[in-house]
Design a protein around this ligand. Structure first.
Ligand code: NAD
Ligand code: MG
Length: 393
């Protein structure tokens, strides 16, 4: 029996994780679930999975949830706040932590899981973008196991040799081909991008996801964050990672070897596949995902990314090359800009402008510890909020 903590259980990845878990009651047991809002959904998840702990962020929600759980005859203990998030990641009885909180809020609890030497199923890519070296060092130092859940990175992990040790050249790899759907605006004329709404940005052609990552996909910042994520996971330089536009989202990424072999992982665009892979690794379990029908798909297309139409992708490559605090600054500025766009404060195209000016404004320093990252994150949020004010509609 594998004991799980699911951070962000009410989100898109969290609910997909519970969907897979529910298919295998003999293999997985839920110890803790955590959520920000959506208390009703958290309550229903507690009724179904009977965890020992449920964690919320809003103190005011705690007492009513406790009461409801007690009335339902459950023993689930309700905890609250950021410290509780870390606590449920480090419990001795927990084997595996699904890191599926969105954004910078996921960093501390995911890091706590690494410090406690847990098996980490990493969906929260922002952890690696912000604090890649600190996180990877912590994983290694404490013997934690890191399995990528982001579909592209999960595909690369599957296409690399088993036991890959972080030496691309040694493994005979020429480069990593990171696929991208191109998002909902792949073919939208640049002139029309100015007027797109949050609803349009969140209507992804292939994937159903949370709102932040949906906007990131529309701006292609998601792919930029994933380039940085791949850098840390696989010890790949920016030049070793080629983004490939592949609108069907059937090939989740590829690894090109020096002998000319290219190994890809294919599947329907459904996150339950990488989640099931992470849960069961190194074995395979049913995920509920329909079999891939190649005859129905029939055609797979590929093209090069357009860095001018999607400046966020170029900014992410730039931040990775600059290194130090630059990726943390990029991430924080992006979070502020995306929230402002979702709030209808700024235009879609202003997202890249906010990030670019913050990257230009703030000095880059080295990252040697978590505090360096948190400091850069704070400065970048402040600078980005100022930029948002200047650009507010
Ligand atoms: P989501 O918005 O659907 O869910 C986010 C979860 O985090 C929710 O449970 C929410 O309650 C919780 N949360 C939000 N803010 C929080 C805070 N401040 N403190 C604590 N908890 C908080 O997001 P998602 O689409 O499930 O994405 C989660 C993570 O997985 C992101 O980092 C995203 O980039 C990554 N990811 C998602 C997908 C996908 O298909 N959805 C694919 C690859 C990677
Ligand atoms: Mg992805």
């Amino acid at each position: 029996m594998q004991n799980l903590t699911i951070l962000g259980s009410t989100g898109s990845i969290g609910t997909s994780t519970l969907d897979v878990v529910a298919r295998h009651p003999d293999k997985y047991q839920v110890i803790a679930l955590t959520a920000h809002r959506q208390v009703d959904l958290l309550f229903r998840q507690c009724v179904q999975f009977k965890p020992c702990f449920a964690v919320l962020l809003d103190e005011l929600e705690v007492a009513p949830l406790r009461l409801r759980l007690r009335d339902a005859g459950l023993k689930t203990e309700v905890l609250c706040g950021a410290a509780a998030l870390e606590a449920v990641c480090t419990l001795p009885e927990v084997d595996t932590v699904m890191a599926a909180i969105v954004g910078a809020a996921g960093l501390r609890p995911t890091l706590a899981a690494a410090r406690a030497g847990k098996k980490i199923l990493l969906a929260n890519k922002e952890t690696l973008v912000m604090a890649g070296n600190v996180f990877m060092d912590t994983v290694q130092l404490n013997g934690a196991t890191l399995l990528p859940i982001d579909s592209e990175h999960n595909a690369i992990f599957q296409a690399l040799p088993r036991g890959y040790d972080g030496n691309l050249k040694g493994a005979g790899v020429r480069r990593i081909l990171l696929t991208a759907s191109g998002g909902p605006f792949r073919n939208t004329p640049t002139a029309e991008l100015q007027q797109v709404t949050p609803e349009q940005a969140c209507a992804h052609p292939n994937w159903v996801m949370g709102r932040k990552i949906s906007v990131d996909s529309a701006s292609m910042m998601n792919k930029g964050l994933e380039v940085i994520e791949a850098h840390w996971l696989f010890n790949a330089a920016a030049d070793d990672i080629q983004v490939v536009i592949h609108p069907q989202s059937v090939i989740h990424s590829l690894v090109e070897y020096v002998d000319g072999s290219v190994i890809a992982q294919l599947g329907n665009p459904d996150m339950r596949t990488p989640i099931a892979y992470g849960l069961a690794y190194p074995e395979r379990i049913e995920s509920g995902v329909a079999a891939l029908d190649l005859f129905k798909i029939a055609t797979l297309e590929f093209s090069a990314p357009d860095f001018e139409r999607f400046p966020c992708l170029a900014l992410a490559y730039q931040a990775l090359r600059v290194a130090g605090t630059a990726p943390a600054v990029l991430n924080a500025a992006n979070e502020i800009a995306v929230a402002a766009f979702l709030d209808k404060q700024i235009f879609f195209l202003a997202i890249a402008r906010v990030i670019e000016s913050v990257l230009n404004e703030l000095p880059v320093t080295q990252v040697t510890c978590l505090e360096d990252v948190l400091h850069a994150d704070k400065l970048a949020r402040r600078a980005a909020s100022k930029q948002v004010q200047l650009l507010t509609l």
